[in-house]
Write a protein that binds this ligand. Structure first.
Ligand SMILES: Cc1ncc(COP(=O)(O)O)c(C=O)c1O
Length: 426
């Protein structure tokens, strides 16, 4: 592929780092097309936003129809049908009694909302965050983030009162344990923090990714998530799940919380919620939400009518087109194929994920993270027309974010390029 251009950054600060210099003109299903007419298989999908691929006709239609009626009225001024409709539909899908919403625009904004809700309703100040997690780029969200230090560099002092504890990254367990036999030493670190750093009765909320996203698509053991929920419950700490990347079917269930059969106190949603339109949500039960006083939180654009209409259309299509079944079936096909590749290429240290939230971790001969190899594989794939994004705190993981309605031939197309990349880049 030769469509890379070098001079597109004239008016853009490099602060927002680009994975490529490609100039995309249109998208269709799993494919992206550049202004030069080059076609790319897109297994990034707007960073886990386009659950149904690019420009799904039902979403396009909903956007067009809503744009003819009302583009923006502000949810501060009154209600409108698309937002009411979305709230009704979402309340049927969100776990347990989580049926009240605050709509905003981006994931980070929703994370901020959850922090504010937790402080407001508990009167407590401190938060637990998990090492390697990513929650966004605003100050509060950055303060909760630790997937890489470069996201925090030069921004100190960040929000005080945040205590980072280990995420259960079993492949690189710092305690040398195995998941089947471990005694959750990583969870015990929370009690250690309560002993040395912060009393539990000063902690408002723990914000947990039920599958760690940017940190490396790490799936926590079931027993860890249950023990965490118990620990929070025992200490009267709100448990919030950041499902911004895992939500809306990515893991094979509508929400990753369902894998663990746990109903958190707060759910934070974004990304795939509205088929590519900007929308996010803080979700909780009536008990927590109803005494968040009028005016305690707000925003001009939240619950935008077009975003809400697109969200309703997306939810409908996910249901009508049995997208979750496809995600589970093709996700298991995909991960099996990746495991076959792991048998063939010794430098694939780990293959992991749920549904179509899949990643491989590349390592050197000693098992250490190999970020250079990762980069070479990624570049090779791009040269051959497959777009992938790295992840992982050591930048040595490659994630596969296929649309959830992806077909097997398209998965095979990606796997063929990926296998060639592995063979050529080592
Ligand atoms: C788990 C998680 N939380 C929060 C965010 C931030 O979302 P946004 O980029 O929409 O602010 C992301 C984005 O990648 C994410 O993966």
């Amino acid at each position: 592929m030769s469509g890379e251009k070098k001079d597109l950054n004239l008016h853009f600060t490099p602060a927002l780092q680009k994975a490529t210099q490609l100039n995309f003109e249109k998208g269709e299903g799993p494919y992206l097309y550049t202004t030069d007419g080059e076609k790319y298989l897109d297994f990034v999908q707007g960073i886990a936003v386009n659950a149904l691929g690019h420009c799904h006709p039902k979403i396009v239609n909903a956007i067009e129809e809503q744009a003819k009626k009302l583009i923006h009225g502000s949810f501060n001024l009154g209600y409108y049908p698309s937002a009411l409709n979305l709230a009704d539909k979402l309340a049927e899908l969100t776990p347990g009694d989580l049926n009240m919403f605050f709509f905003s625009n981006s994931g980070a904004e929703a994370v901020e909302g959850s922090l504010k809700l937790a402080r407001y309703r508990t009167g407590k100040k401190a938060f637990l965050a998990f090492r390697g997690s990513f929650h966004g780029r605003t100050f509060g969200a950055t303060s909760m983030t630790s997937s890489t230090v470069s996201f925090r560099k030069k921004y100190e002092p960040l929000l005080p009162g945040i205590y980072h504890v280990p995420y259960p990254y079993c492949y690189r367990c710092p305690y040398g344990q195995h998941v089947e036999t471990c005694s959750l030493e990583c969870l015990e670190e929370i009690n250690t923090a309560f002993h040395y750093l912060v009393p539990p009765d000063e902690v408002a909320m723990a914000l947990f990714e039920p599958v760690q996203g940017e940190g490396g698509y790490i799936v926590p053991p079931n027993k860890y998530v249950h023990a965490l929920a118990e620990l929070c419950n025992k200490n009267n700490i709100l448990l919030a799940f950041d499902e911004i990347q895992t939500g809306f079917g990515r893991t094979g269930h509508m929400f990753a919380a369902e894998h663990f059969n746990i109903i958190p106190d707060i759910l934070v949603l974004g990304k795939a919620i509205a088929g590519g339109m900007p929308l996010s949500a803080v979700v909780s039960n009536e008990g927590l939400m109803k005494d968040w006083a009028p005016g305690a939180h707000g925003g001009t654009f939240g619950a935008n009518p077009i975003s809400c209409a697109a969200a309703v259309a997306s939810l409908q299509a996910i249901k009508e087109e049995q997208v979750l079944d496809n995600c589970r079936n093709n996700g298991s096909y995909f991960i099996d194929k990746l495991k076959e590749l792991q048998n063939k290429f010794g430098f694939i240290g780990d293959v992991r994920g749920l549904g179509l939230m899949l990643a491989v971790e590349l390592v050197d001969a000693k098992g250490n993270p190999d970020a250079d190899l990762n980069k070479r594989v990624n570049n090779y794939c791009r040269e051959k027309g497959l777009l992938l994004l790295p992840c992982g705190t050591f930048k040595n993981c490659i994630r596969f974010i296929a649309p959830l309605n992806v077909s097997r031939p398209v998965i095979d197309e990606a796997l063929q390029i990926f296998e060639h990349a592995l063979a050529n880049a080592s």
